[in-house]
Ligand binder design. Structure first.
Ligand code: ADP
Ligand code: MG
Length: 618
């Protein structure tokens, strides 16, 4: 094979062969620096890894000290189990971990870390010193990047990791870091997330000598109140739902709360903070009917499920996960939150009365209200004792197909919208009516078409943005009267840091002060949307994505946020011509069969299916 290829290519191969150096194994330090590219993006990512290690070591109290946004110095001290002297060197090696040993361990991993590369990666791009005293040892030892062996050190308990001059040896990466205030804000955010997930652990965060956060050990609801504020917790609705092996607990901000809370959306899966489009969308959908236009829901929600139902090893920083059955999870979360929001005012509770918010395995087992909406009870089999006899997949499938819908969908010819449209001039037919403000009913040659109007509109907007962005930049529509609003400091910093990216997306958002912003232009396609809410949405997305070429790496997320935000909401009454226009746009849009979150946008019910339902012609 190789020889023949050489003959065919003739001279060209010769030239390539001479110009291309031979293949060689990379030195360890360089491998770690490459790995660090994924794990260590900024001080906040270092802090996240160190805090996770301390938690995994069983720490009860964490002391965090930062200088200059964590770039100059970042130090985490814990009172956990410590590291034995003869393992210190190993801890700093790549692919060395005490947390997993086999593939089975990986598939059911319960610790926050498991990749065994954080310390090695950090040490390759900063000056790292690890000082630790194992619980059964009467001496502490320290080891730094350059040390050949551990040396005795003074420390009474636990572990201290100190990281100085991040990216000092990688100027290209250091250049990408933002202002000290921005980097610190990201560090504080990381601390808040981990604090929320581990209420029993005490946290102190000190920046440039000033205390920024001080949290005593607490119950879960108390911790939510400590981090998101008493006001939030007192007005929030308790979310408490269980179905089979799935549990969702937490607090969902009261939509009617007149004092708009800050943009605080925290979702945890098995004790790990994640950013997941399926979950975010599910919560947003639950709020869609009750939230005023310019508000972001605030929430702290804790989902638990069997580790086999979710893959945590899909992202180097482990902030994204992949669910085995994301449709079922979407449905479960959406219903659980919707039920909580639909409750009356008596459901709002003071922080310490929400006893059910603990997340221990013991508590998960106790009975909780089902996430079913009235008149649509989930099958009793779902709550079979133990919940382990059926595979998780079988459970989730049950959520996705309850009641009438299931019978209809099971009919063999009911087509789940695929990429190919039915035949005909106007394949999706003519609109007949709108159902409950959510669905469009249309008649086409084959029978009945049912469209989820929000999902469909979202996909159309998303594809238009993508096309616009690919051809040039997204058309901006200057606002006659700029929309000014009070903003978080981090939002103001983000607007400054990402001015170019915002411009490419069709936005102009300029600071008025350290705590206020003005929206001066929005994407023309979204001219009718709520400018403030839209800008905040995009800013919070940018805030999360970190450094580097945002538009290449996070284009789809950004566009999908814009589309989801601006798509026509449930309960908006559409006229027949408006509905027809939507159907025509769907026909003209690529991939219009699914919304940006992978849910279907329409179903075809053939006349045959309907006949079968009514036992006609049998
Ligand atoms: P991972 O957390 O994926 O195992 P790390 O590189 O973060 O990989 O850490 C390597 C090992 O060092 C861990 O598996 C753990 O045994 C040990 N370690 C790191 N930090 C601490 C700490 N704060 N306390 C105790 N052990 C620690
Ligand atoms: Mg780790």
């Amino acid at each position: 094979m190789c020889n023949r290829a050489d003959e065919r290519e003739g001279m060209t191969t010769d030239i390539i062969r001479r110009a291309m150096p031979a293949i060689r194994l990379l030195p360890d330090q360089l491998i770690s620096q490459i790995a660090a590219g994924e794990v260590v993006e900024r001080p906040a990512s270092v802090l996240k890894e160190l805090l996770e290690n301390a938690i995994d070591a069983g720490a009860g109290a964490l002391d965090i000290r930062l200088e200059a946004g964590g770039v100059k110095s970042l130090r985490v001290a814990d009172d956990g189990g410590g590291i034995a002297c003869d393992e210190l060197a190993l801890a700093l090696l790549r692919h060395a971990t005490s947390k997993i040993a086999t593939l089975d361990d990986l598939q059911s991993v319960a610790s926050l870390g498991f990749r065994g590369e954080a310390l090695a990666s950090i040490a390759s791009v900063a000056e790292l010193t690890l000082t630790s005293r194992a619980r059964d040892s009467d001496t502490a030892f320290a080891m730094g990047g350059g040390d050949a062996a551990p040396r005795p050190a003074a420390l009474s308990l636990g572990t201290v990791v100190e990281v100085n001059e991040l990216f000092g040896n990688v100027p290209a990466r250091r250049k990408f870091l933002k202002s000290e205030a921005t980097e610190f804000a990201h560090c504080a955010e990381v601390a808040r997330r981990i604090a929320l997930s581990r209420p029993q652990v005490a946290f102190t965060l000190i920046h440039n000598g000033r205390v920024a956060l001080h949290l005593k050990p607490a119950t879960q609801p108390q911790r939510v109140a400590q981090v998101l504020g008493d006001e939030f917790a007192a007005a929030a609705r308790v979310v408490e739902a269980q179905a089979g092996p799935l549990t969702l607990l937490g607090l969902a901000g009261n939509p009617a709360d007149a004092k708009g809370t800050r943009d605080a959306q925290y979702f945890f899966v098995n004790g790990r903070y994640v950013r997941d489009k399926v979950l975010q969308h599910a919560v947003r959908a639950a709020y869609a009917d009750v939230l005023h236009g310019d508000r972001q829901p605030s929430y702290a929600l804790f989902l638990t499920l069997p580790p086999t139902g979710v893959d945590v090893n899909v992202h180097p920083a482990k902030i994204e996960v992949r669910f085995r059955e994301s449709q079922g999870i979407h449905q479960f979360v959406m219903r659980a939150v919707a039920v909580a929001l639909a409750g009356n005012a008596t459901q709002a509770v003071a922080p310490d009365t929400a006893a059910g918010l603990g997340l221990s395995a013991r508590e998960v087992g106790r009975p909780m209200p089902a996430p079913a909406v009235a008149g649509e009870a989930l099958p009793a089999s779902l709550f079979a004792a133990g919940g382990q006899r059926q595979s998780p997949a079988a459970y989730y499938a049950l959520f996705a197909n309850t009641g009438m819908a299931q019978r209809v969908m099971d009919a063999p010819a009911a087509t789940y919208a695929t990429a190919s449209l039915p035949a005909g001039d106007q394949p999706l037919g003519q609109a007949l009516a709108q159902l409950h403000g959510i669905y469009i009913l249309a008649q086409n040659q084959a029978g009945l078409v049912l469209v989820d109007m929000h999902a469909a509109h979202e996909r159309i907007l998303y594809e238009s943005f993508k096309a616009e962005l690919e051809s040039r930049k997204i058309a901006a529509q200057p606002l006659l009267i700029p929309v000014a609003f009070n903003a978080e400091r981090i939002e103001v910093a983000t607007a400054g840091d990402y001015a170019d990216t915002l411009a490419a997306l069709g936005f102009e958002v300029t600071p008025l002060s350290e705590t206020s912003l003005a929206v001066r232009a929005v994407p023309a396609l979204l001219a009718d949307a709520d400018a403030k809410a839209l800008a905040r949405d995009v800013l919070s997305e940018l805030q999360e994505v970190g450094s580097g070429d945002v538009l290449t790496r996070h284009r789809d997320e950004l566009l999908s946020t814009m589309a989801c935000h601006a798509a026509v909401r449930a309960n908006r009454r559409l006229s027949l011509p408006e509905m027809d226009a939507l159907l025509r746009q769907m026909e003209a849009t690529e991939r219009s069969g699914q919304c940006n979150h992978g849910r279907p946008t329409w179903y075809q019910f053939g006349l045959n299916d309907l006949d079968r339902l009514f036992l006609r012609g049998r």
